[in-house]
Design a protein around this ligand. Structure first.
Ligand code: NAG
Ligand code: NAG
Ligand code: NAG
Length: 375
């Protein structure tokens, strides 16, 4: 018994000692994937070299950045994703994306509009938490994504709400005034369902009702809704309605506080090289479904704004921008409408615009939002 106790004591003091280990001069003290000590030996400090490597160097740490920081929370699919993992390194003064290293991994390769608007067309430092996920649909039960692991818009918003930063922790002190929420979704929903039988307009409304229920969750929960959903939690006889926020969000975070929303409508996916290869009939059918969806989206955006005093909305008409560029290719410096993957191509691959196109999108978005937030 006594020896067991002393063994335990030794084990405990060993792990205590390990927690106190200081990193020697020029040793590693941080970086993506690093799990060791971040405490530098006295007389040195942990200096950021790259996303993957911080090192103890002699001297004292410079004061932390004290200028204004704004926050951007994008949601969407591969047109927006930079492959951010919200459970890994968060955006910081050295890398406004946190992880993977800026500009991340994108659908079309290179930097996308999120990168350009975060780092090129910004008028302040922006920390961008990019929840968008490649392949995303709004609700995976309504339009099945290409892989079951894909995080839908529902999953992404819930990840934001429940993953920690919705509650404005010390790591991420966003406010209603300094944060932008943006959504660019629908490419996969429509490309994955336009040929289905049934009323496509009614289906668009189903998708949009779920989309805007999520936006409403980001704004706030009305006291009536809170009362209703809270009482419902205690009634095991009633099935929880899908518009009720998750139970622990209700309990801990009844006022989320999003106020600034940028919506991006569905672009001309009917003109992607992939759809061109499907033939003109399929392209025309998809184009019509997209136009109808976008009309309904625009009216949802006005209704959403009307329902929420203090909410500002912007709607970027990506569809028109694609049309304009693809019908004036030479004027924008592109070679043709169907080549992809090379310098001078609009498309980065057969379904995604490339970096040069994204830079034009980013500039256009910054013009749309000029004078607000950080644009
Ligand atoms: C724009 O963002 C970059 C990267 O965070 C930053 O270095 C730069 O200072 C920002 N620009 C302005 C005008 O604040
Ligand atoms: C997603 O769609 C399924 C199938 O229609 C539905 O049962 C579910 O409530 C939807 N989820 C949300 C959060 O709207
Ligand atoms: C605005 O509120 C009305 C009435 O509650 C509701 O029917 C409508 O869906 C709301 N609009 C949006 C976009 O959420």
């Amino acid at each position: 018994m006594a020896s067991l106790l002393s063994l335990l004591t030794i084990a405990l003091s060993t792990s205590y000692a390990a927690a106190q280990t200081t990193v020697p001069l020029y040793g590693q003290c941080g970086g993506l994937g690093y799990t060791g000590s971040t405490v530098c030996v006295s007389g040195s400090f942990c200096n950021w070299d790259s996303d993957y490597f911080s090192q103890c160097i002699p001297g004292t740490a410079p004061p932390p950045y004290s200028g204004p920081i704004n926050y951007w929370f994008p949601f969407g699919d591969s047109y927006t994703s930079t492959s951010f993992d919200p459970t890994s390194t968060l955006p910081n003064i050295h890398d406004p994306f946190g992880n993977p290293p800026f500009p991340g991994f994108t659908g079309g390769g290179g930097e996308n509009y999120v990168g350009f608007d975060t780092e090129t067309y910004n008028s302040s430092v922006i920390f961008t938490y990019n929840y968008a996920y490649g392949g995303a649909t709004i609700n995976a039960s309504l339009v099945t994504p290409y892989e079951p692991t894909v995080l839908s818009l529902i999953d992404q918003v819930n990840e934001f709400l429940t993953g920690g930063v919705a509650s404005k922790p010390a790591t991420t002190p966003w406010t209603s005034a300094n944060a932008l929420f943006s959504v660019w979704i629908g490419v996969n929903d429509l490309a994955g369902s336009y040929g289905e039988p049934g009323d496509r307009g009614a289906f668009a409304d189903t998708l949009l009702s779920e989309y805007f229920a999520l936006m409403q969750k980001l704004v706030r929960f009305s006291s009536e809704l809170l009362m209703f959903c809270r009482s419902d939690i205690h009634s095991s006889a009633v099935v929880r309605p899908s518009f009720c926020p998750d139970k622990h969000v209700l309990d801990e975070n009844s006022a989320v506080g999003a106020r600034n929303f940028l919506f991006l409508n569905v672009p001309r996916v009917d003109l992607t090289p992939l759809m061109v290869s499907e033939g003109a009939t399929a392209q025309a059918q998809l184009a019509a479904v997209i136009t109808d969806f976008n009309t309904r989206l625009a009216s949802r955006v006005s209704s959403f704004k009307g329902n929420n005093t203090g909410v500002s909305t912007w709607l970027w008409d990506s569809n028109s921008v694609f049309t304009t560029i693809l019908s004036n290719l030479k004027a924008y410096g592109f070679v043709d409408a169907v080549s992809y993957g090379n310098t001078g191509d609009f498309w980065g691959n057969n379904f995604h615009p490339g970096q040069a196109a994204h830079q034009i999108f980013a500039k256009d978005i910054s013009t749309l939002m000029a004078g607000s937030l950080w644009f």
